[in-house]
Design a protein around this ligand. Structure first.
Ligand code: DIG
Ligand code: MN
Ligand code: MN
Length: 386
């Protein structure tokens, strides 16, 4: 029961199970594992795929010969384990050169270097089979708005994304871009702070059809938002190109907790949505184990992400099949047909008929909607007593 299989498309970044447990107030607690060792660890726990930032795999100062050796060894581990690489991304946030951002840096040389680094990282990702390329602008922000004009920052980001879309087209790569929002941390405020901001920004690009979003649970929660609503809006717009699953207490720093370990109810409605709509992308866990853990604990973390997803998937099937829940939903959404004449596209006749129509406002306001019963039934499924 709840054993991960390839068709579940569970993926992890090298940086997730490879996290050595460093935090702003503490040194690493785990010895680093090589990308090859991490691929074997992910295979052992039953993952489908592995993702990476360029420098998770190839150190930023590696020579071309070292790069080729590392890539060859990584490919060998992928072949041995059967793991695939659905997504790749660029580290444009760790090296000091990006301390004031990459694409939005005030230094044009840094902006140019960021483009060069990203093109090379895209080449590497495509070489390893990636079809989705994530952009998380962790340093694209400010601590003081004295430093940068936010309009200029938007224009620089747009220029970079347009350039890179043209690069992908020029190279003939089968690659889609997924933009990941976060409201803050490590910068005081990060531009394009939520998935909603990203959806608006995408429409201003030269090739919006190539660009979607990669919403992350923790990041929308940090903004105090309902993650399901962000995902649903992205899906409805045809822009849910990838997703970062984890968990997060509201009002905290980016915890990147094991999926479903903090907000079971919101995780349930998210899994139900992804399964109900037939989302076919990766279920990517951008999370890491508690700093207290050794590598056996890291495996527990990875297994827990996948098990919880599968348990909630089964709960969603139970919810969809529950006769009392379905009867309540039918009652709640009943339509007596009395407004059919007003539905659909506007017409002057419809407007005139609607303006002349009469409604029993008081009676409509008195109607009880049974959401308490509906939610209690949901909770009882989640609590395992139904
Ligand atoms: C952080 O949430 C970011 C980075 O880990 C990475 O660039 C992206 C990919 O999932 N998520
Ligand atoms: Mn995060
Ligand atoms: Mn993420």
């Amino acid at each position: 029961m709840y054993e991960p299989k390839p068709e579940h498309k569970f993926t992890f970044g090298l940086w997730t199970v490879g996290s050595v447990g460093r935090d702003p107030f503490g040194e690493p607690v785990r010895q680093p594992l090589s990308p090859v060792e991490l691929v074997h660890l992910l295979a052992e726990v039953g993952a489908y795929g592995v993702n990476f930032h360029d420098n998770d795999l190839v150190p930023i100062d590696a020579t071309p010969a070292e790069r080729d050796r590392i890539v060859a060894e990584f490919k060998k581990a992928l072949a041995e384990t059967g793991l695939v690489v659905p997504m790749a991304t660029t580290n444009l946030f760790s090296d000091p050169v990006f301390k004031d951002g990459a694409f939005t840096s005030n230094d044009p040389r840094v902006r140019a270097y960021a483009l060069q680094k990203t093109m090379r990282a895209i080449d590497l990702g495509v070489e390893l089979g990636a079809r989705v390329y994530v952009f998380w602008g962790g340093r694209e922000g400010v601590e003081t708005d004295a430093a940068k004009d936010p309009v200029e920052a938007i224009k620089r980001t747009r220029e970079a994304m347009n350039f890179l879309c043209e690069y992908v087209l020029d190279q003939g790569y089968d690659l889609k871009f997924a933009l990941e929002a976060k409201p803050n941390e490590p910068r005081g405020d990060i531009y394009n702070a939520t998935t909603g901001h990203m959806l608006a920004f995408i429409e201003t690009l030269d090739h919006p059809e190539m660009v979607g979003v990669n919403p992350e649970v923790a990041h929308e929660h940090m903004a105090g938002l309902n993650f399901l609503h962000a995902v649903a809006q992205a899906w409805e717009a045809g822009k849910l190109f990838h997703i970062d699953l984890n968990d997060q207490a509201f009002g905290r720093y980016d915890q990147d907790l094991r999926f479903g370990s903090h907000n079971i109810k919101s995780a349930f409605f998210l899994v139900k949505f992804l399964e109900d709509v037939g989302y076919e992308g990766s279920r990517h866990f951008d999370a890491h184990a508690y700093r207290t853990e050794d590598y056996e604990g890291v495996k527990d973390f990875a297994r827990g992400c996948m098990r919880t997803y599968l348990i909630l998937k089964e709960k969603a099937e139970q919810w969809n099949a529950d006769p009392e829940i379905q009867a309540l939903l039918a009652e709640i959404n009943a339509d007596d047909g009395s407004t059919d004449a007003f539905k659909g596209a506007y017409s002057a006749e419809k407007a005139a008929a609607l303006k002349a129509a009469s409604f029993d406002r008081v009676a409509l306001g008195r109607r009880g909607l049974a959401y308490e019963r509906l939610d209690q039934l949901t909770m009882e499924i989640l609590l395992g007593v139904r």
